[in-house]
Ligand binder design. Structure first.
Ligand code: ADP
Length: 356
């Protein structure tokens, strides 16, 4: 009989209107519905809860049953209530790595100095004695090896990939694995597994900080990263110009959607300092601060334009090493300390929340 064919889609559609009362989301988008079986007018499926001790189990079951029974042609609904208890990592299939804090550096568009900031941040943290890794996840334009003055991985011995090391920072980049003239074309699943491999197949050892240079844009890499390890926070780099600020706003939104705490906004190439010490606005500084205020996130700081930044980057010696006394290097040090402080505060708050 053609009239009353029950489909999985129809069942999922019906269940997508049933809310998990505590999480305030529907059972389907929470991926709680498993093993739908249709046998004539009888429908069977499992509801997988996050705890077997769910106090609202009965209510969820009843509402799910009613929703499916309301479908044309369904006479009987059998529901098996199961559970799969996550820990905070496994809930999103996170990797278990000895990395204390992962910091993602993102931007709306390329060319705003995101990689430069990731490099100088990593080197500053390492100079202060932290154990630091730097992951170049900017798979479309991996230029961190150049900026760090390394072009290959060390001789490999064990099963895991030994990262390169420069300025006491452990370093991994897709740039080590492909020739620089090879175009890099990535599809979503490849990108996802590449990012997971960069984390799980690389012998990072214990790290206090892993700084991750994300590809520009609101892309898949950030999603893969946030699904692979718990991110302590994300920073967004912007130029002072309006167009760049608009892109940066989308970057902030991206972190928010991924539930990554936004540590704040950095305004790069903010001003030019003339030899007499006066500051010259090239692009009109201050936009980063306004953006941060509007978005309700902290403003971490401004970094001036200085040709030394580009020169030292091209030479493979980050400016905080090459010109430690310069105004720009001091600005990098300040923002690095600011970021480290914000992460510590967040970690302490988190710990306090868990241990009352
Ligand atoms: P992104 O990672 O956002 O694409 P990069 O870090 O590669 O950007 O920076 C783009 C270019 O701008 C590089 O040549 C870099 O050396 C230069 N640059 C970045 N920040 C500054 C700065 N504050 N002053 C001068 N040049 C800078």
């Amino acid at each position: 009989m053609a009239e009353n064919i029950i489909t999985k889609e129809a069942i999922l559609e019906a269940l997508s209107h049933v809310q998990e009362p505590e999480l305030h989301r529907d059972l389907v988008s929470l991926n709680m519905i498993k093993d739908i079986q249709i046998d004539g007018k009888r429908v069977r499926f499992k509801i997988e809860l996050t705890t077997p001790a769910c106090p609202l189990k009965g209510k969820i079951e009843q509402e799910a049953r009613q929703a499916v029974l309301a479908l044309d042609g369904v006479q009987e609904v059998q529901i098996e209530m199961t559970s799969n208890v996550p820990n905070d990592g496994r809930v999103r299939n996170l990797l278990d790595l000895p990395i204390r804090n992962a910091i993602a550096v993102g931007s709306g568009k390329g060319g705003v100095g995101k990689s430069t900031i990731a490099v100088n941040l990593a080197v500053c943290l390492a100079q202060r004695g932290a154990r630091v890794g730097l992951l170049d996840a900017d798979i479309y334009g991996p230029n961190i090896p150049t900026m760090m003055g390394v072009n290959r991985l060390p001789p490999q011995t064990g099963q895991k990939i030994l990262p390169a090391e420069a300025y006491q920072v452990k370093l991994m980049s897709i740039g080590f694995l492909v020739r620089s003239d090879q175009p890099l074309i990535w599809r979503g699943p490849m990108l996802h597994s590449a990012i997971r491999q960069f984390l799980s197949d690389v012998n990072w050892g214990e790290l206090d900080y892993l700084v991750v240079d994300l590809p520009p844009g609101t892309g898949d890499a950030a999603l893969s990263l946030s699904q692979s390890l718990p991110l302590s926070g994300g920073v967004i780099v912007t130029l002072p110009q309006q167009v760049s600020l608009d892109d940066a706003r989308r970057g902030i939104e991206m972190f928010r959607q991924l539930e990554v705490p936004v540590l704040g906004v950095i305004e790069n190439m903010s001003f030019l300092e003339l030899p007499d010490g006066t500051k010259m606005d090239i692009f009109g500084s201050g936009g980063g601060k306004v953006l941060a205020d509007q978005a309700g996130v902290p403003f971490i700081g401004a970094i001036p334009i200085d040709p030394e930044v580009r020169i030292s980057g091209d030479n493979g010696v980050p400016v905080v090493i090459a010109r430690p006394e310069s105004v720009v290097a001091k600005a990098f040090v300040r923002i690095s300390e600011e970021i480290a402080a914000k992460i510590s505060v967040a970690a302490l708050k988190g710990a306090a929340a868990v241990r009352p």
